[in-house]
Each structure stands twice: as structure tokens, then as C-alpha cells.
Design a binder for this molecule. Structure first.
Ligand code: OGA
Ligand code: NI
Length: 336
């Protein structure tokens, strides 16, 4: 390996000057310096997971999932030190010498996303994102390939397994509430996306400092393909969501879980829940990291508008197809 240029190296070279290579410069209509909303901020919604009135929780989550497709959860019962350890071991991995990280490089031509990498395929407009990543599956155990889990630091595996244990509880609760919100029986939604076979795909995003954060983006505007994505960031601001025509900073809340409604949930709910358009900015001095867990149906699972939500008056707005085919089309920019 070694022939792929990592953004971490691009960043060290660029740190000596105050310019960035042209392939990272966004067209004006994407530049965060020009397109970030600067008025009185509508703050992104925050949900308190500890309130005892479940009906109220269901109603609140329904409301924000329809209007924003995005919210943060506080009081979620994942202990702070479990989240801190997840972040610590991931950060330590990215601080290892380049050769050591390359041991986990995504094999060229591999079908799976797993491994350390940098997006190879340029975007439609030919511009690159200022970010490196590591992908690996956390769950179910039968889908885990430890080859892609860093062995250094030694506590990497334990910290990730511990986080996964707590993630299960949050995921199950969240899907139950989301199921009730659209009028389905509480287990229905989870069953429709694979039940215990639901795949938890962890990504670590590593956004090195960037001399021109006004011109570049980390991850460009997209919606996640997942059912839902549950993310924790480090303390560097950077995530933005598109809401009512504006790019809004999602305020960093220590210990909150950041929830994105993904494409599969928009499809299943026949358009009631909205997959949120989001992107990330980068920072001049600081390294930003984030740990999204994409909750995905198994590739052979067919996903479409739920039959109970489709009527003569409200016909299916989306096709039903295997999740694997959906992913293929999205990656290859083939209409769904
Ligand atoms: C992603 C993503 C957001 C973030 O990787 O899909 O949207 O905060 N990341 O890094
Ligand atoms: Ni995303």
C-alpha cells in the first residue's frame, strides 16, 4: 500500500502555508464560509431520554423526525466513561504512525467498506473531502471481522465492545419509539429492518486541521443510507444540518448522542420521517473526530414503504428493494 495519499499527510504539508490544494476547494455554493446560517439560530432539537412519560417521548421524537430528521439525545444512560473510552482508543489509533494505520487499509477492490481509508472516488464535481476514516462492523457478532479492528491500542476491542453493548439498548428503545410514532406496533419497525441481524457499521471520521476551513468541507452534503445513525463527536464543532433552506450548526453538547434519520427509515415510513441532509466543516487549528454508527438492514433484506402505511389515498412513494441494491445504486449514482 502507501500509494494512496491520506488527508492526514495532505494536512501536515498544508500546515506550513495558508492555502490548500485546488482539489479541496469547494464551488462557492458549497463553501461553509459563504453558506453557513449566521442569524439567530434555530437550535437543533434535543430529546431527554429520561422523561418517564413514554407517550410524550414518542410524540416528541415523531415530531422532530418528521420536521428535522435529526436530533440529539441527552440522558441516554450510556455512562460517560464508556463514551470517553471509545473516543480515546479511536483517537489513539489515528495518532499512530502512518505505516501502522496502513496495516488496516481497506483492500483495493474489496466489496465491503471495512478498513482504514480515504475516499478514492471523487465526487461528481471532482472535489475531495478533508477527511480520513476507519470503518468496521460492531454487531451482530456473526458479521464482525476483527481484522479491521485496531490491535493498538490494546484496549481498542474492549472499549468498542462495551460501547456496542450500550448502543443496543439505545437502538432498541429508539426504534420502538419511532415505530409507535408512525402508528405501528412497537416491534414492527425493528423487525422490518432485520431485527437482531441489524448491522451496526462504525465509522471513525478523522478531520485534520485545515488552513482554509472557509473553502473546504470534511464530508460534503449527503443523507445517510442507514435506518438511523447514532453518532458521538469529539468536542470540536463541525456538523451542520440543512433545515428549512439553511445550513445550521448542530451545537456540540457534551455526552449527547446525535441521531440522523437515514434513507431506509424515510422509505419505510413512506416519507413521514425525513432523512436529514448534513455535512461537516473542518477547523483551522483543531482535529475533529466523530464516531457514527450506521444501523443498516442486512444486504439481502428488502426494504420498502411499510404495507400498513400504504393506502389508496397514500400510495407508495418509494420502491421496495434489497438494501444491498440500494447501496449499489447510491454509490454508483444510479437512480433508485
Ligand atoms: C458521515 C457523517 C458527520 C460527522 O460520516 O456520514 O455525516 O459529524 N459524519 O462527522
Ligand atoms: Ni452522514
Amino acid at each position: 500500500m502507501g500509494e494512496i495519499k491520506r488527508i492526514q499527510d495532505v494536512a501536515s504539508e498544508a500546515s506550513a502555508c495558508d492555502t490548500i490544494p485546488a482539489e479541496f476547494v469547494r464551488p462557492e455554493d458549497e463553501r461553509p464560509g459563504l453558506t453557513t446560517y449566521k442569524g439567530d439560530l434555530p437550535q437543533v432539537p434535543v430529546i431527554d431520554f429520561s422523561i418517564k412519560d413514554e407517550e410524550k417521548l414518542v410524540a416528541q421524537i415523531y415530531d422532530v423526525s418528521c420536521k428535522w430528521g435529526f436530533f440529539q439525545i441527552v440522558n441516554h444512560e450510556i455512562p460517560d466513561d464508556v463514551v470517553s473510552r471509545l473516543k480515546e482508543v479511536g483517537t489513539t489509533f489515528f495518532e499512530l504512525p502512518q505505516e501502522e494505520k496502513e496495516l488496516y487499509a481497506k483492500p483495493p477492490g474489496a466489496k465491503s467498506l471495512e478498513g482504514y481509508g480515504t475516499k478514492l472516488q471523487k465526487e461528481v464535481n471532482g472535489i475531495k473531502g478533508w477527511v480520513d476514516h476507519l470503518f468496521h462492523i460492531l454487531s451482530p457478532p456473526s458479521a464482525v471481522n476483527y481484522k479491521f479492528w485496531p490491535k493498538n491500542p490494546a484496549s481498542y476491542r474492549e472499549a468498542n465492545e462495551e460501547y456496542t453493548k450500550y448502543m443496543h439498548k439505545v437502538e432498541e428503545r429508539l426504534l420502538r419509539y419511532l415505530s409507535r410514532g408512525i402508528g405501528l406496533e412497537e416491534n414492527e419497525l425493528r423487525t422490518a429492518v432485520g431485527g437482531d441481524d441489524l448491522i451496526y457499521l462504525l465509522k471513525i471520521n478523522y478531520y485534520p486541521p485545515c488552513p482554509r476551513p472557509d473553502l473546504a468541507l470534511g464530508v460534503p452534503a449527503h443523507t445517510d443510507m442507514s435506518v438511523v445513525t447514532i453518532l458521538v463527536p469529539n468536542d470540536v464543532q463541525g456538523l451542520q444540518v440543512f433545515h428549512e433552506g439553511n445550513w445550521i450548526d448542530a451545537q456540540y453538547i457534551p455526552n449527547a448522542l446525535v441521531i440522523h434519520i437515514g434513507d431506509q427509515l424515510e422509505i419505510l415510513s413512506n416519507g413521514k420521517y425525513k432523512a436529514v441532509l448534513h455535512r461537516t466543516t473542518v477547523n483551522k487549528e483543531k482535529t475533529r473526530l466523530s464516531w457514527p454508527v450506521f444501523m443498516e438492514p442486512p444486504p439481502d433484506m428488502e426494504v420498502g414503504p411499510h404495507p400498513e402505511l400504504v393506502t389508496n389515498e397514500n400510495p407508495a412513494k418509494y420502491k421496495t428493494k434489497k438494501y444491498g441494491d440500494y447501496v449499489y445504486c447510491k454509490f454508483n449514482k444510479i437512480p433508485q
